[in-house]
Design a protein around this ligand. Structure first.
Ligand code: HXC
Length: 518
């Protein structure tokens, strides 16, 4: 005779069902009324079907500060565990806003740190689904210490496994600092906010009046502050973006990025490329179109597309292999490098280097942006970061000079002696210390002043200079570029170079760590 079902198993089922109720029917309804998914729905939508395994679902908060014991919830406001994305394991946490506003308690931090540690131990990415009011006020220093535990891990695991943050609600205080330490921050338009101190505190302290959206909404952090990397229209898109981003990255810093069989022939040459650079050097063209014509079709994931738009950074595939693309956009501010552009490119170069993603740099820049605001804002320090990042990066580095590479912009943008492996120039390349008119004015000041017709003399001397320097042949004759190629040859040339560099070995002298001018 079989015995009746064990009541202890029935009890387990009851507890599990209770845990799935989150903060209760009323709070769940409130969450939905805001158009938000629940923490559990987000996890299911992010991962490959039926791959999620939850861990530590029975944890509850401890202590009874300010009457906390009146309400205890299984999981303590965060769901943690592991699952798969495109068949590869990831660890994650998903904060549950229906439980104490998803706020961080000491026990919640223990749960989060546990999955962070497991992710690193297993060499796989870590994803944060953040929807939180920050530190749980009732727990005082215990919640703040909990954040410190998370931040320390964000920092120590940076460059070890990819870390992705999806901002899915109000993310205040500590809930904003942790993502700032990660590789990718995705915000949802009109849904997510990030700030250290909210509108009410700002009003009290500085007297400024501002709403949450204008203070720390997706638009602000994606176009003004540069805190976020991508802005999307819905939570579903944020989850899809995380999956897409990770498809370009290896699971950890000792693996190579996954190879994806390209549908695009490696030998394809786009004839349009030979007609894209205007004959007049002052006329703009769109570098994003150049990039699209060189990489594998439809593989460009631009990062920070709305911030510092004079620079372009993004992940792509070329010949099926991941590549980090860095470029100037000559159609925006002539592709000049300013403080924000330098910061944007630096961070991206370093991320690619962490995760063994080769760099392809396309240069068309008249130089660093002149001006008091830029100098006083520390453009030397910010530009130095870019020098530092390119010099330090040991991944294969390819550089293509499409047009202007003047002065500092030539040097910082992956120039040959910063350690770039292959440098190509198009016939339209202009590689010089400064532009022709400026050079004539400085070098031949007296001669121009004393000439019968100074304007004609200036033009003659500038033309002479242009003839000598405003082309790639002088640079090629001195070995500063490796080859001059037709624009349409760029794709097969880059694919061949990267293939030859696949086993690049570039050991650096041992050190604790460098001192990048942040
Ligand atoms: C405890 C909190 C909480 C908090 C919200 N709740 N924030 N509980 N600690 N920090 C609770 C509410 O009491 C409420 O509980 C539930 O979460 C939902 O909150 P609402 O206010 O009803 O929701 P909403 O109107 O959507 O507003 C969300 C919010 C707001 C914008 C996040 O609650 C808010 O401003 N909270 C305070 C944010 C903050 O200042 N945090 C501390 C940051 S300092 P019930 O029971 O009603 O559902 C920090 C220090 C870290 O994080 C240090 C690192 C640098």
């Amino acid at each position: 005779m079989t015995q009746p079902e064990d009541p202890r198993i029935l009890e387990l089922r009851k507890i599990r069902a209770k845990a799935k109720e989150s903060g209760g029917a009323e709070r769940n309804a409130k969450q939905r009324a805001k158009g938000k998914m629940t923490a559990r729905e987000r996890v299911e939508a992010l991962l490959d079907p039926e791959t999620f395994n939850e861990i530590e679902p029975f944890i509850t908060h401890q202590g009874d500060e300010l009457g906390l014991l009146k309400e205890k919830f299984y999981g303590d406001g965060v769901i943690t565990g592991y699952g798969q994305i495109n068949g590869r394991t990831v660890y994650l946490y998903s904060q549950d806003f229906t439980i104490y506003g998803g706020t961080l308690s000491e026990m919640q931090s223990h749960k989060i740190c546990r999955v962070m540690d497991l992710a690193v131990r297993n060499g796989v990415p870590f994803i944060s689904l953040i929807d939180s009011g920050g530190a749980r006020i009732q727990e005082g220093v215990r919640s703040m210490g909990g954040y410190a535990e998370i931040f320390r891990r964000n920092a120590q695991y940076s460059g070890v496994v990819p870390q992705v943050s999806l901002m899915l609600g109000p993310c205040a205080g500590g809930a904003a600092y942790s993502p700032a330490l990660t590789d990718l921050v995705v915000m949802v338009e009109k849904r997510s906010f990030m700030f250290l101190t909210g509108p009410e505190v700002i009003k009290a302290v500085t007297g400024e009046t501002i709403d949450a959206e204008s203070l720390g909404g997706a638009a602000v952090h994606n176009s003004v502050s540069g805190v976020a990397h991508l802005s999307v229209g819905s939570e579903k898109e944020a989850l899809e973006t995380a999956r897409l981003f990770l498809s370009y990255l290896p699971s950890n810093n000792v693996e190579n990025p996954p190879y994806v069989q390209p549908s695009d022939s490696p030998s394809r040459m786009d004839e349009d490329l030979n007609r894209m650079i205007p004959l007049d050097a002052n006329e703009p063209y769109v570098m994003r179109q150049v990039i699209e014509k060189i990489i594998d079709k439809d593989t460009f994931l631009e990062i920070q597309p709305d911030w510092a738009r004079n620079a372009i950074v993004g992940l792509a595939r070329i010949g099926g292999h991941s590549v980090g693309v860095v470029a100037q956009e000559p159609s925006i501010m002539a592709g000049v490098i300013d403080i924000d552009a330098a910061d944007k490119m630096t961070r991206f170069v370093r991320m690619c280097d962490c995760f063994n993603i080769p760099l392809a740099t396309f240069v068309d820049s008249p130089g660093f942006l002149p001006g008091v605001a830029q100098e006083h804002g520390g453009i030397i320090r910010h530009g130095a970061k870019l020098l530092y990042a390119y010099s330090e990066a040991t991944v294969p580095k390819i550089c293509v000079i499409t047009r202007k590479a003047y002065g500092g912009a030539y040097v910082v943008m992956s120039s040959k002696y910063l350690g770039t492996d292959v440098t190509y120039a198009w016939p339209s390349a202009e590689i010089a210390v400064i532009g022709a008119e400026g050079a004539a004015n400085i070098l031949y000041k007296k001669q121009i002043e004393e000439a019968e017709n100074p304007a004609a003399e200036r033009k003659r001397l500038a033309d002479e200079y242009r003839e000598k320097f405003n082309n790639p042949y002088y640079a090629a004759s001195t070995g500063y570029v490796d080859d001059i190629i037709e624009p349409r040859e760029s794709r097969p040339k880059i694919i061949a170079s990267l293939s030859a560099l696949r086993d690049k070995y570039a050991p650096a002298p041992p050190r604790k760590h460098g001192n990048i001018p942040v």
